[in-house]
Design a protein around this ligand. Structure first.
Ligand code: ADP
Ligand code: MG
Length: 617
């Protein structure tokens, strides 16, 4: 047979390579920023339009390129950064593969303007889909400017694969922050559709972190320093009490390169052992310096994963350095339980003035235990309700009026025929016997055919989830006006996420008066929640969103309802009185899908008399 193997034409090879390097506009930003840093820029400006889909431009004041270099830079495997394979083992630059510009030029409209300091005229090159369109001499400031327009214009499938502008902007902000954090000695700015997202002046690490994550960050940081033969650590960890519900602020940099390392992350967590509340994550910004010979960066095209020669030693050092810092700054728990930790003075602060004691908040406060709790009473509470059921009402059915049809019990048939909306108004005595609580976790109820054991948290989550969904998609919920606007601190990234879901949140009853760079101001909240819960619920929601980026409007709404419902629902371990138990049972079986929690887990199990009989055989 005739030969069939051919070499792929360059532009095809470049397009294939591009798939590895460029997943989205954020990848372009990362590559261009890294090139600017390698070119020793002191000032770098990023301009994007439409989340980078229309334009990504990076302008630097670095060394620039000669005419020949400018042409060469778009060739595949063209790099000024290494000359021989050995150089791979002593990398001091970000780039070395020589494929970023070639890849980007294969899938976008690219315009390069560049001038080295010692030349009078610059070079301008236009290239589209790997093809040089024009090349001219031009007037240009020292340095390089690269615009990348219409990314993936020739690969519609990839273009369609891009997420919403908000999601893509979030990825861009992530990449931008990672690079900016690693290089505080360079000033950076980021503009999106004409508005300034970041303006970061040249500074030190601590100040850069604060500039990015907001003014309050500074006081939450504990410095970490360690210097050994094989590893130099500097940076900061967040004080344990400020640990977040999301992993958003966790950064490792190795030789000024952002990397992901589950293994080192584990070392940090080990250092925090015993100091964190469940499901919270400490912030950290850790800068590690190691001998370039002892790492291999070559194992991933985006260069965010690296291999260390002596991982175990690094682990141990990192953990002990952080432990030491936490101890020294007196944030680790004191073993002497009698001692009030507020009175402990770290030795550095011996001569400082005494701080005002903090107000303690009872974390275990249980609204169900007290009749005179301060929750708002619901508009729909009828006068014949007992006081406690009025409180119950306002907590759990304030969003809309009572469901019209509580008697719709679907498959399950209850022993008492009167399972209706009026159940605990008139027949309280009688109905009191039909449920009880087991282990503060399950509600047990009798059926004609046996017994029903309901997981109280899951059941309540299901109820709230359906109500929230209805509010978001069908009717807007009622909102309670706050007496004083509530100002919550978030980082920019989180504020971007809130913008993305603002409309849905408003449908549930939130009213946002201001969305600033690093805070939001809220003047109204859903009637279902109390003011003190708002921060926790939103943080949790953002964390859920981060770990589960939804693809379309529907699933985003769904995620929002799931997350809020989960956060709002009564926890297991909460004592419920009879009225509350029955309220859950009734409302559960008025749900569309009572048997499954929103995350598809069983809400209840039944045990029939037949099954019981068998057990006694
Ligand atoms: P790499 O960074 O791996 O070398 P790239 O494709 O990103 O590969 O860049 C190719 C070459 O183009 C670089 O090695 C560098 O010499 C040159 N170059 C790219 N961007 C810039 C810039 N902003 N300033 C100066 N030179 C640049
Ligand atoms: Mg590069």
């Amino acid at each position: 047979m005739s030969d069939v193997i051919q070499l792929l034409p360059d532009h095809v090879a470049n397009q294939i390579a591009a798939g590895e390097v460029v997943q989205r506009p954020a990848s372009v930003i990362k590559e261009l920023l890294e090139n600017a840093i390698d070119a020793k820029a002191e000032q770098i400006q990023v301009v994007i339009k439409d989340a980078g889909k229309t334009l990504v431009q990076v302008v630097d004041d670095g060394v620039g390129m000669s005419l020949t270099d400018a042409r060469m830079s778009f060739e595949r495997h063209a790099t000024s950064k290494i000359k021989a394979a050995e150089d791979l083992f002593s990398l001091k630059t970000k780039g070395f593969r020589g494929e970023a510009l070639a890849s980007i030029a294969a899938i976008a409209h690219v315009e390069l303007k560049t001038r080295p300091e010692d030349e009078e005229v610059g070079t301008s090159i236009k290239i589209e889909g790997s093809e040089i369109i024009s090349q001219d001499a031009c007037v240009a400031p020292k340095g390089t400017s690269i615009s990348v327009k219409n990314l993936f214009y020739n690969i519609p499938a990839r273009r369609n694969f891009l997420k919403s502008d908000n999601v893509e902007t979030r990825h861009i902000i992530d990449e931008f922050q990672r690079v900016a954090l690693a290089h505080p000695q360079i000033s950076f700015s980021l503009f999106h559709n004409g508005s300034e997202l970041f303006q970061l002046p040249k500074t030190n690490h601590r100040q850069r972190i604060t500039n990015i994550f907001g003014g309050k960050t500074n006081e939450k940081l504990v410095p970490v320093e360690e210097d050994t033969d094989i590893l130099k650590i500097s940076g900061f960890v967040g004080k344990p009490e400020f640990a977040k519900k999301s992993r958003g602020e966790q950064f490792f940099f190795v030789n000024d390169r952002y990397i992901k390392s589950p293994y080192l992350n584990h070392a940090v967590n080990a250092a925090f052992e015993g100091l964190l509340k469940e499901k919270t994550y400490p912030s950290y910004f850790l800068f590690l310096q190691v001998d370039p010979k002892s790492i291999d960066i070559n194992i991933h095209p985006t260069k965010t994963e690296i291999k260390f020669d002596d991982e175990h030693a690094l682990y141990a050092m990192l953990r002990s350095a952080i432990k030491h810092s936490l101890g020294q700054f007196n944030v680790a728990p004191v073993l002497d339980f009698e001692r009030d930790s507020n009175l402990d003075t770290p030795y550095e602060y011996k001569n400082k003035e005494v701080e005002t004691p903090k107000i303690e908040v009872d974390q275990n406060f249980n609204p169900f235990q007290s009749e005179t709790n301060s929750y708002r009473s619901g508009a729909s509470a009828t006068s014949s309700y007992k006081k406690e059921s009025a409180a119950w009402e306002s907590l759990y059915s304030g969003m809309d009026n009572e469901p019209e049809d509580q008697g719709d019990l679907k498959q399950i048939e209850f022993e008492s025929e009167e399972v209706t909306g009026s159940l605990f108004q008139n027949k309280e005595e009688e109905s009191e016997k039909s449920t009880f609580q087991l282990h503060k976790k399950y509600i047990v109820s009798t059926l004609k055919s046996g017994i029903l054991v309901i997981d109280q948290h899951r059941a309540h989550t299901r109820i709230l989830y359906e109500e929230l969904l209805k509010n978001i998609t069908v009717t807007a919920a009622v909102s309670q006006q706050l007496l004083f606007p509530l100002k919550l601190q978030f980082n920019k990234h989180e504020v971007e996420m809130i913008k993305e879901i603002k409309e849905s949140l408003e449908q549930t009853g939130f009213v946002f008066s201001e969305l600033e760079e690093d805070s939001v101001e809220i003047t109204g909240i859903p009637t279902l929640i109390s003011e003190s819960e708002v921060g926790m619920l939103l943080e949790r929601l953002l964390s859920d969103m981060e770990h589960n980026i939804p693809d379309n409007g529907f699933s985003q709404t769904d995620l929002l309802a799931k997350s809020l419902a989960n956060g709002m629902a009564v926890k297991s371990g909460t004592l419920l009185n009879n009225t509350e138990q029955q309220h859950i049972v009734n409302r559960l079986f008025a749900c569309k899908e009572p048997s499954l929690s929103p995350s598809n887990r069983s809400v209840f199990v039944t045990l029939t008399v037949d099954e019981l009989d068998k057990k006694f055989m």
